[in-house]
Design a protein around this ligand. Structure first.
Ligand code: ZN
Length: 276
């Protein structure tokens, strides 16, 4: 079983401390602690997203933006459809999906805020290279949001720093020098929602695993995922390390795990046909 195979890799953390706040991640069924209400986190993310749209220069490359939206729409559909068909609660209910392409060739990054607010920077398009590559990166970022990793992270923050406000927890992460040197004037905004802080190792593996599933369900060739990480690794040899790599380290470990999971996922999660 895929789920067992996934848990075999990351181990099954148990949060016996507060059982009533313990839920499980979709598909992998990894246990998660959630003390922060998802709706309030999504609302906060939506506000920050609006500010970023005003601050950043949005690309006027409509065909590229359309491609991003097309990939996104296919993923939105296949994720909801998969959970509906499996008689499972759709984790994307309450999401208000949105996609922007930020015109900045220096920044090789992409992210998805809690609630489905997505940004792609033109700089990462040199690494994603093609539609399947772009789908790989987008599905990984979408997986972080679908698996509610930010809710989980914020909840852990509450446990560690009881009495601290949510904003303090989010801005408490130390920004790496890489992020500082990019000249992103939105760094402060992004750090408020935790986008500039790396997720945990388990969350990263889970996003890799679920990302492969979502890409496969949406009809993309997930074999490109390995090539993406190889290109990321190659890009770290340059002077400017991609921002994506500051929050997504260790491509070697990923490439091995992704290769191990790939064939099984292609067989178990075939493309869902969209009837229109
Ligand atoms: Zn990630």
């Amino acid at each position: 079983m895929n789920r067992r195979k996934f848990l075999g890799y990351v181990g099954c953390g148990c949060c016996s401390l507060m059982l009533q706040s313990c839920t499980t991640a979709p598909i992998t069924e990894r246990k998660q602690l959630k003390l922060i209400p998802e709706a309030s986190l999504n609302a906060k993310a939506a506000k920050i997203y609006e500010k970023i749209k005003n601050k950043e220069k949005l690309s006027d490359d409509q065909s590229m933006l359309n491609e991003i939206k097309e990939i996104g729409k296919r993923m939105e559909f296949s994720i909801s459809n998969y959970f509906d068909k499996s008689n499972l609660a759709d984790p994307t209910i309450g999401f208000d999906w949105e996609y922007i392409l930020i015109d900045n060739d220096k920044i090789k990054n992409a992210w998805c805020m809690p609630g489905g607010k997505i940004a792609i920077y033109t700089g990462i398009l040199k690494i994603t290279k093609n539609t399947n590559g772009l789908a790989s990166v987008m599905s990984h970022e979408i997986a972080h949001a679908v698996a509610k990793h930010s809710v989980e992270r914020a909840s852990r923050g509450v446990l560690i720093q009881t009495g601290t406000s949510i904003i303090d927890i989010f801005s408490g992460g130390v920004l790496s020098n890489i992020n500082k040197s990019t000249g992103m004037d939105t760094v402060g905004l992004l750090s408020q929602i935790g986008i500039m802080n790396p997720f945990s190792r388990k969350q990263e593996s889970e996003a890799d695993y679920l990302g492969l599933i979502f890409s496969s369900l949406s009809g993309y060739d997930i074999r490109e995922t390995v090539k993406i990480w190889e290109r990321m690794k190659e890009a770290t040899k340059g002077k400017k390390i991609p921002q994506f790599m500051s929050t997504h380290p260790s491509p070697d470990n990923r490439i091995k795990r992704i290769s191990d999971w790939m064939n099984e996922i292609i067989i178990d999660y075939p493309p869902i046909k969209k009837n229109n």
